[in-house]
Ligand binder design. Sequence first.
Ligand code: SF4
Length: 346
Amino acid sequence: MNFQERILDWYSLNKRTLPWREIDDPYQVWVSEIILQQTRVEQGTPYYYRFLEEFPDIRSLAEASEQSVLSVWRGLGYYSRARNMHHTALKVVADYNGVFPRDYKTLIKLKGIGTYTAAAIASRCNNEKVAAIDGNVNRVIARYFGVSNDQEKPSANVKIASISGQLIPDDHPADYNQAVMEYGALVCTPTSPKCDTCIFQQECYAFRNGLVAKLPTPKNKIQVRIRYFNYLHLIAPDGRIALNKRVGNDIWKNLWDLPLLESERLYDASELQNSEKLKSITNEIADCLSVKNYVHKLTHQTLYVRFFTYHLTKLPETDGTELVWVNPDTERVPVPRLIEKFLTRD
Ligand code: SF4
């Protein structure tokens, strides 16, 4: 049996039961693929159900406001995925009469759909013979075939794509794509792969040459920007908190944030108490109630964060300011994951 036959056999016996596994509706496959882009299966599954309950088809998604889509996405993070989905839904309704495309060439033109997602949808929903290459596939192929270039360089990606394109069988392209991904997720994992029980152990280049830990070559380290965020967590007498919408070209665009002072270092409570920012909002504060520190890592940024909680003695006049007062327990406005974590902490 060749590589393809063996991995398909393994897949039929070992695949996990997942809610989107047998689906061939392109809209639903798209939703699952986008949710899973930066989210683990266990975390993403309830969101998959919730998203489809709120937006069962492309038209309902297109008719929703961006804010309501972001609200449903709340807790998943990487909100650009939700924004792109909304944009794409509008486009599909406007240009394709609300019929979600199934073919690779059309899919790849849509916002937020890259080569992997287009191939995943086209192979599953259009039976197209296109290889879907995600991190799992990349790892399995790099190890098995010994592709050792820097994975950031186009030459390595071209090699992996070329090998994957040759391997994909004429029949069952969707099962084959899913089989390699599943093998990377369950057996040929990034750390501690299960080489002892692997069906490919004898032929695997990395295993035979003692290179399992070295392949695929790790990505180049990216430059990480360090930032310091001092947050005002202001609680009004009726329990509402102050939020403002983030605008401008920065992280978390259009999400709702606590009032923020960004600085060159973290402040202490007395500096915050005397800050113009706090005074511009209110003088009706009791002493600082608590200070909480977080370190929040994004792909290109590390945020050192301090939350200062104040109880206000009176709701301030905020007419003319950008602040809104919301009840965090009942009003689910879209907030960055960091703020969600802080507000829902024990
Ligand atoms: Fe992956 Fe190890 Fe199997 Fe090679 S032998 S394919 S490294 S699990």
